[in-house]
Design a protein around this ligand. Structure first.
Ligand code: ADP
Length: 400
């Protein structure tokens, strides 16, 4: 039977992830990723019906070549005519975009303008949009912004303790990221709670290479740990999270760092990698922890303590708390990290069920709290499904 499918595209500077989906059920027809773009070892892989296929890409190894290979795969599988729209992940929508948005030349201009707030991401997202427009020009293209879900934060949560003019004149405020993921897992939690999302009060911890904690009151984001950039908040894989800004002056004035070196240090050499001196990969650090490596232990202790502290501090944003959600590569798979975080949150009424916690990995969803505890779930995120579903919903509402 002919289906209506949405192609979801998440384009980075050297990668392009894609997923073809049935937007109502979230059923995925295939997914894949083009990697090492702009390098001569660029490749593309497709996963369909459990089988993986990998191909080398041809010169000039760019996003257009990746999209052409994707279209060839779509045609070979006779799927082209079933695609009804393209949904793009766009990282920064600033204050302007708080809803799914039909992409027009004006919207592209705005996304380009917002690149000053997300210089690594928005230009790459635009490259993906333009590459897709060349071959899917007959279809509507929709932008789903990673910042959109957090646009409901109140002023007191997004204003920094800086001169107000910096916000008014230059947009320097907290925006937050990972919004699509926090929205998805909150919606899933509302199903566990058997009540509408609009009545749910939750804290969600998205723990992957990038990490963020969000607090959701009556279904809306009211605070989140990532800020003006994805550097603020808890300790991440290679990012420092919150540090005393005075350290930057010390690095520059006393230790002779250039600003580029500070940027690199805080974004790429810190976090789990910087503390452990081993890796940003949580699996490696956990393995070293088991063999008694003290720096691995320190990295995990700092990581978990900072997250527990952030979760506890976010309880100040809520009148009531229905539960806590873990998601992202670490949140979905690491019982060690989840257990260490929950053990520091007993004052909030959390206690972990060791067996349930151990069982939750590789995409399993459900509670990990003990019977007398406040609810805590592991919920695998699915940003692609949100993008497909919101794309379809927008197009239906405007009669496309
Ligand atoms: P990204 O932010 O790049 O999307 P992911 O959400 O894929 O990242 O998460 C990547 C992180 O998840 C890595 O630190 C990886 O070590 C961790 N991870 C994946 N599987 C496991 C596991 N079984 N145990 C512990 N950590 C895991």
């Amino acid at each position: 039977m002919k289906k209506s499918l949405v192609l979801v595209i998440n384009c980075g500077s050297s990668s392009l992830k894609f997923s073809l989906m049935e937007p109502n059920s979230g059923e995925e027809v295939f997914n894949g990723i083009a990697q090492c773009l702009l390098l001569n070892n660029a490749s593309i892989s497709f996963k369909m019906n459990g089988e993986k296929q990998e191909l080398s890409l041809k010169a000039p190894f760019d996003h257009d070549v990746a999209i052409s290979a994707l279209v060839a795969f779509i045609n070979n599988n006779h799927l082209f005519h079933q695609i009804t729209a393209i949904g793009h992940r766009v990282v920064h929508g600033g204050e302007k975009y708080c809803h799914p948005t039909l992409i027009t030349p004006k919207v592209k201009q705005q996304v380009h303008k917002l690149a000053k707030l997300a210089p690594l991401h928005n230009p790459a997202n635009l490259v993906g949009i333009e590459a897709a427009e060349k071959v899917f020009g007959h279809l509507a293209q929709v932008a789903i912004f990673d910042t959109a879900f957090h646009q409901t934060m109140p002023e007191k949560a997004y204003i920094y303790g800086l001169p107000y003019s910096l916000y008014k004149e230059h947009g320097i405020r907290r925006y937050g990221f990972h919004g699509t993921s926090h929205y998805f897992v909150a919606k899933q939690a509302s199903i566990h709670l058997n009540k509408p999302l609009e009545q749910c009060n939750l804290i969600s911890a998205h723990l992957g290479n990038g990490c963020s904690i969000s607090v959701i009151a009556d279904g809306k984001s009211v605070d989140t740990s990532l800020g003006f950039t994805p550097l603020e908040g808890v300790v991440m894989g290679t990012r420092s999270g919150d540090v005393d800004p005075g350290i930057i002056f010390y690095l520059v004035n006393q230790l002779g760092y250039s600003l580029d070196q500070v940027d690199n240090l805080l974004n790429k050499e810190s976090g789990l990698l910087g503390i452990s001196g081993l890796s940003n990969d949580c699996r490696t650090i956990e393995a070293e922890l088991l063999s008694g490596n003290v720096r691995a232990k320190l990295a995990i202790d700092v990581f978990c303590y900072r997250i527990a502290k952030k979760i506890a501090s976010f309880s100040a944003s809520l009148q009531t708390l229905d539960g806590l959600i873990f998601t992202g590569g670490i949140g979905e798979n690491s019982s060690t990290i989840r257990g260490l975080i929950l053990n520091q949150l007993s004052l909030l009424g959390f206690t972990v069920d060791e067996q349930l916690n151990l069982e939750k990995r590789f995409g399993q969803q459900g509670n990990i709290n003990s019977t007398n505890s406040r609810a805590c779930w592991v919920i695998p995120t699915n940003e692609e499904w949100v993008i497909a579903e919101q794309t379809q919903r927008l197009l239906t509402s405007i009669g496309e």
